[in-house]
Design a protein around this ligand. Structure first.
Ligand code: CA
Length: 518
């Protein structure tokens, strides 16, 4: 944490911290606004700025074209709620207490960056998907989906004029509604004498990928290319890779594939539009009576098209928000960020879902536009993480960064000045086993070129050379020619476990005690 202290000293020396905190309101209002646009389960491989082979996302791309795109933004624990808890706290899961989805609620009494932003005069809002069970804390305004939230007609939790938490009904497509609410807050509800932090967080494109009315037939006439590894047989890895439950071939339900009656919460008009879109497509599928590989190929097409349809609605709505910023002049002093809570499998390794330390689910999309600060069209290759987001927001706001946060501010990187002592290796830890999709608990380390993974309950290791084998099909663990790399990464793993204060005992094994405390 030495660097934090040094940085704070440096900022104070420059008069930035003192100047901003003590500044009159008009001066403080010049600090940049932050619009953090966040989705659920959006793989970077489904963003054209990241070289997507399967779709185009012009509005997301604009953020990269006018700002910076990070190639190696790694999630510390590749699952929804835990990623959000890391972002709020700047701490790994074992310290913020949110190790797994569906267990204990997020402890909202702890230190989070929105609380610290409020202290230095920012107005904070959380609109859309919260997904941490507890009532949001640290926000001047919140209007959030309950749990996962549905794709259509979502009830949402907010506060009324008396400050009581209430649930309100909404009618329409959730991606549109969340955007409408964010725009309404920007136009009508925020305090215009303060800079703002708006967290605009979509449910999409989370399972089970229900497209909006505007995109129910998008991609109907095209065939989406299959990933190279759709037919992976897992032969080059330990038993973990073959014993999961997340394959396109065997684990997608009729509901996922839209082969049932469709969502049960649609209005009659929405239902009619839905049936008009899926009815003829499903009839054609049933008539074809596909078997074996041909059926899996059809399932991949149905799955990936519905996923991409949901992404298109997000992209359309980002276009609306960027236009609003342009039209009002807010764009000039507003940092716009696009990211998603983790990566995702778009059929790679035959899978959907996330959880693994393999590249597809480890890498988060992360693009930042900051007019006047970031050079347009820049690409960053440093190892960054959702662990760094809180610290970044705090430095942007001129707030001090608490020494117990575990990441580092990305502001120097955004300015194109990566510090010489920037991290060269990254620690990952996934806990949710037993759990949905049966992915074994594992932790590991990567330096961006090699990756070492320990499936510690299975007592099995994997080692990958990411340059020679970017799809991570053949583990090299135990090979004589890689002993140097393996030893180096083993040492790095232990060093990072110490640095991040991992307990000797698996923190997930203390679940019963955590439940009682809640
Ligand atoms: Ca997620």
């Amino acid at each position: 944490m030495k660097h934090m202290i040094k940085k704070t000293v440096a900022l104070v020396a420059l008069g930035l911290v003192c100047g901003l905190v003590a500044a009159p309101e008009a001066e403080a209002a010049k600090r940049p606004n932050v619009l953090f646009i966040f989705t659920d389960d959006h793989s970077a491989r489904a963003i054209s700025a990241y070289g997507s082979r399967i779709n185009r996302t012009p509005h997301m791309d604009r953020i990269a074209q006018e700002g910076m795109r990070f190639r190696k933004c790694y999630v510390t624990n590749s699952i929804c709620g835990p990623s959000r808890a890391v972002i709020l706290t700047g701490k790994y899961s074992h310290l913020n207490g949110f190790l797994m989805n569906g267990r204990t609620p997020f402890d909202g009494s702890q230190q989070t960056f929105p609380k610290l932003l409020r202290k230095v005069g920012y107005e904070t809002a959380m609109i859309g998907k919260w997904h941490l069970k507890s009532v949001p804390t640290g926000f001047d305004y919140f209007d959030v989906l309950i749990g996962q939230g549905p794709y259509y007609n979502p009830p949402m939790r907010t506060t009324n004029d008396a400050g009581e938490v209430v649930v309100e009904k909404n009618t329409g497509y959730t991606t549109d509604i969340v955007t409408d609410k964010a725009l309404a807050w920007l136009k009508n509800d925020r305090a215009t004498d303060k800079p703002f932090m708006l967290m605009l967080q979509h449910k999409a494109p989370h399972r089970n990928w229900q497209p909006g009315p505007a995109h129910l037939n998008t991609f109907d006439d095209v065939e989406i290319p299959e990933p190279e590894t759709l037919w992976d047989d897992y032969s080059g890895r330990t038993s973990a890779a073959s014993s999961q439950a997340m394959t396109v071939a065997r684990h997608l339900s009729e509901n996922d594939l839209k082969l049932n009656a469709g969502p049960n919460n649609l209005t009659p008009e929405q239902k009619k539009t839905w049936d008009t879109a899926y009815g003829p497509k499903n009839e054609a599928f049933r008539k074809a009576n596909l078997q074996g590989k041909a059926k899996v190929k059809w399932m991949y097409q149905r799955y990936i098209k519905d996923y991409l349809r949901c992404v298109q609605s997000v992209d359309d709505n980002i276009g609306r928000v960027l236009k609003y910023l342009d039209d009002t002049g807010l764009a000039e002093n507003t940092i716009v960020i696009y990211s998603s809570d983790q990566g995702w499998y778009l059929g790679e390794h035959g899978w959907y879902d996330k959880r693994w330390m393999y590249e597809e689910s480890l890498v988060m999309p992360f693009m930042v536009r900051w007019p006047g600060v970031i050079e347009a069209g820049s690409i960053n290759n440093d190892i960054v993480s959702n662990l760094d987001f809180a610290e970044t927001f705090l430095e942007i706001a001129g707030a001090d960064i608490p020494s117990d946060m575990q990441g580092r501010s990305l502001v120097p990187l955004l300015k194109g000045e990566t510090p010489a002592n920037w991290r060269k290796a990254f620690y990952y830890h996934y806990y949710e086993f037993p759990g949905a999709h049966s992915v074994a608990r594992h932790y590991g380390v990567t330096d961006g070129n090699y990756k070492l993974i320990n499936f510690y309950e299975n007592k099995q290791w994997e080692l990958f050379d990411l340059t020679a084998d970017p799809n991570e099909l053949q583990s090299l663990h135990g090979r004589a020619e890689y002993v140097g790399v393996q030893t180096r990464l083993e040492n790095e793993l232990q060093r990072l476990r110490g640095q991040y204060r991992l307990p000797a005992e698996d923190p997930a094994s203390t679940r019963p005690r955590q439940r009682r405390r809640q």
